[in-house]
Design a protein around this ligand. Structure first.
Ligand code: GDP
Length: 297
């Protein structure tokens, strides 16, 4: 497995003479190790480079506290800087769902965990916030995906818009909107069609749906294990559709979570939730400290 960054830095500093302050040379040596640790955690190279530069400026000249070793001190500086980059503005996980019925548009690649996350989030809104939620699948290309949402709805006790054969995605979105108003729902969630890769026709379809419902939140669901690909997907969706936040799934896997840092640094969009398993309650708000710890190993 990966070598722990603290141990690694401990080794580096043992070889250096102890001084009262972190010298530029000490910091440079340590940050080479930090950069390797970030790359091993799947942080993209430009992001790792910028991050290390930022930490270098902060760390140089800091006096070394007596109670900790220089290695521990650098780890703390790096940890705090990671948390700062990872933390978006606002409260983690807080969604704009006032002014009912509030539309939430769920977008992402096929297999990213979009439908599962739609169910998890609906359940959370219902159980934790007491919201009445309606879900609708817009995946007219895959009847199985529509069925999957129906099944999830029954399982978690959330209403799902009935399936009507032959409708376009925009027609379903309009029907969901009407039903949400008439039925007195607080929130309606639209699970858009997944695609294997970025596809301009499907992107246009999501744009049309967006223009019809004017979503309060547009959440991009991405597989947290896909690293750099996840960041590219986020950039593309944000450019075309405009996203308000990201949900990183499969954070229960072995990945080190570096995608979270790249995602935040490159898109500037907040990561709102992380998926931690297949079950309907395996969704948590994004905690920067936890992910920072995981990236550092
Ligand atoms: P979609 O095509 O994007 O709608 O993807 P699905 O929601 O159908 O999910 C694809 C697979 O990933 C399913 O087997 C889900 O149970 C699984 N999955 C979704 N989210 C997570 C997660 O956070 N962790 C794990 N381990 N599996 C997940």
């Amino acid at each position: 497995m990966f070598e722990n960054l603290s141990e690694r830095l401990g080794g580096v500093f043992d070889r250096l003479t102890k001084q009262g302050a972190l010298s530029e040379e000490d910091v440079k040596t340590a940050l080479r190790e930090v950069r390797v640790a970030l790359l091993e955690a799947d942080v993209s190279l430009p992001v790792a480079r910028d991050f290390v530069k930022k930490v270098q400026d902060q760390a140089t000249g800091q006096s070394v506290t007596k109670s900790v070793t220089p290695g521990q001190q650098v780890v703390k500086i790096v940890h705090d800087a990671l948390v700062e980059v990872l933390r978006g503005e606002g409260e983690p996980g807080a969604l704009k769902v006032d002014n009912p019925p509030a539309p939430i548009l769920m977008v992402g690649l096929q297999g990213s965990g979009k439908t599962t996350t739609t169910g998890k989030l609906a359940k959370r809104l219902k159980d934790k916030d007491g919201k009445r939620v309606l879900m609708a699948s817009l995946d007219i290309y895959r009847p199985a995906a529509m069925q999957q949402l129906q099944v999830l709805g029954q399982q978690i006790g959330v209403d799902v818009l009935p399936i009507v054969a032959g409708e376009t995605a925009v027609q379903i979105a309009k029907r969901a909107k009407t039903q949400a108003s008439l039925g007195g729902y607080d929130v309606y969630m639209l699970d858009t069609a997944g695609r294997l890769q970025i596809d301009q026709t499907l992107m246009k379809e999501v744009e049309d749906v967006r223009d019809v419902v004017n979503p309060r939140e547009t959440l991009l669901v991405v597989d947290g294990l896909t690293g750099q690909v996840a960041v590219e997907v986020a950039e593309e969706f944000d450019a075309k559709i405009g996203i308000s936040g990201v949900v990183l799934t499969r954070m229960d896997g072995d990945g080190r979570g570096g995608a979270a840092l790249s995602m935040r640094a490159v898109t500037g969009k907040p990561i709102k939730y992380v998926g931690l398993g297949e079950k309907m309650d395996a969704l948590e708000t994004f905690e920067p400290e936890r992910v920072a710890g995981r990236i550092l190993g």
